[in-house]
Design a protein around this ligand. Structure first.
Ligand SMILES: Nc1ncnc2c1ncn2[C@@H]1O[C@H](COP(=O)(O)OP(=O)(O)OP(=O)(O)O)[C@@H](O)[C@H]1O
Ligand SMILES: [Mg+2]
Length: 345
């Protein structure tokens, strides 16, 4: 029985995906797909001939990997136009990406390159493009002041790491006359992996493990942004924007999700206890109508912290709804206690 064209394409795509995820075995794949081992080998040979995969032997075993293509560009930042760079140099390189992945990557790429032009105060940007049929990568690296330092200086933060909390909330900009502070927030959410490194800090917009993050491009001065999207990325940008708007008739960026854990960046067991931590967390909360406070990774919160947020802030800002999510029993009980005392007053 011959296999339809569509089925053949599906088998090829699945092989590429499994090799990309380092999870491919000829015999397991044959069983899963109901194919003979010989048939699977034929697919592998074709992919090898086309330059999509390579094979090397370790002992008696064949190890398959995806072939990668790279391209490196350097541009002076002065007068650089991000849309022109995308159209002229990046889009042709990524021309084999399906339309959703390409559109989302184009958005994140141009936002991040625009940031280098408008905010870095640097002189040069390097861009590394990489693809392998499974995942596409853009690494955008400027030689400017460094994003966390810039934000910390602008806000007078006592530590650079608190800049990460502001980026995670969204709507943060150091240039409100020309910008809205949405670029990094949405860029990080329309792709599969998003990492910003500068000096000794890394911001992971997504928690996926990142097999292509190379230590030879470890963060130094300047700002270095890694953007990765899988070829089979399915969520279009419009759905992401919808997730962060309050209602179908509201087109603004009015909802956000704040990982409370970022208050204690780097600590294994964040201690979220004090009123001053709550005050740091709630900076600019009034710009949103709906804030999900994500307590995942937080074992315990203090009464002062919960009271400041869920009673004091909430009473003063009835138009901003705070919604705790991913709470363990202790965190949930503490919030419930504070809310009960609010109801009684
Ligand atoms: N490459 C960079 N170098 C230094 N600072 C940066 C860099 N990229 C971003 N920033 C800082 O981070 C802030 C947030 O960036 P983001 O892209 O989210 O918003 P924005 O550029 O201000 O506004 P928008 O993207 O909506 O036009 C910027 O206002 C700027 O202070
Ligand atoms: Mg921006």
């Amino acid at each position: 029985m011959s296999i339809s064209r569509q089925r053949r394409d599906e088998i090829r795509a699945r092989i590429i995906q499994l090799i990309g995820e380092n999870d491919f075995s000829v015999s397991a794949f044959a069983v899963q797909e109901g194919l003979s081992v010989q048939t699977v080998y034929r697919y592998l040979q074709d992919l090898e001939k086309e330059g999509v995969i390579t094979k090397r032997k370790t002992g008696r075993k064949n190890i398959y990997t995806l072939c990668e293509q790279d391209k490196l560009f350097r541009y002076p930042l002065q007068g650089l136009k991000e849309d022109i760079i995308w159209k002229r140099d990046a889009e042709p390189f990524f021309s084999d990406l399906p339309s959703v992945a390409l559109a989302n990557l184009s958005f994140a790429f141009t936002e991040i390159l625009n940031n280098a032009v408008d905010h870095s105060n640097g002189t040069e940007v390097k861009i590394l493009l990489r693809k392998n049929g499974y995942i596409a990568t853009a690494f955008i690296s400027d030689n400017g002041i460094g994003i966390f330092r810039k934000i910390a200086d602008a806000l007078g933060l006592e530590e650079k790491r608190f800049a990460i909390l502001e980026l995670a909330k969204g709507k943060f900009t150091t240039d409100p006359d020309s910008h809205t502070g949405e670029g990094i927030f949405f860029s990080s959410k329309v792709v599969d992996a998003f990492v910003i490194g500068s000096e000794d800090l890394m911001f992971y917009g997504f928690s996926d493990t990142n097999p292509y993050l190379d230590t030879s491009i470890a963060p130094a001065s300047g700002t270095h942004v890694l953007i990765q999207i899988k070829y089979d990325h399915t969520e279009p940008m419009s759905d992401v924007f919808d997730r962060f708007t309050q209602a179908p008739d509201d087109y603004g960026f009015s909802k956000t999700v704040v990982p409370v854990r970022l208050l204690e960046y780097g600590d294994e067991r964040p201690l979220v206890v004090s009123r001053s931590q709550a005050k740091r967390l709630m900076v600019r909360f009034e710009k949103f109508q709906n804030i999900q406070l994500d307590f995942s990774g937080v074992d315990e919160i203090g009464q002062g912290f919960a009271d400041e947020l869920f009673r004091v802030f909430q009473n003063q800002h009835p138009n901003t709804r705070l919604i705790p999510i991913n709470c363990n029993a202790q965190v949930g009980n503490m919030i419930a206690r504070v809310l009960a005392s609010t109801d009684n007053t």
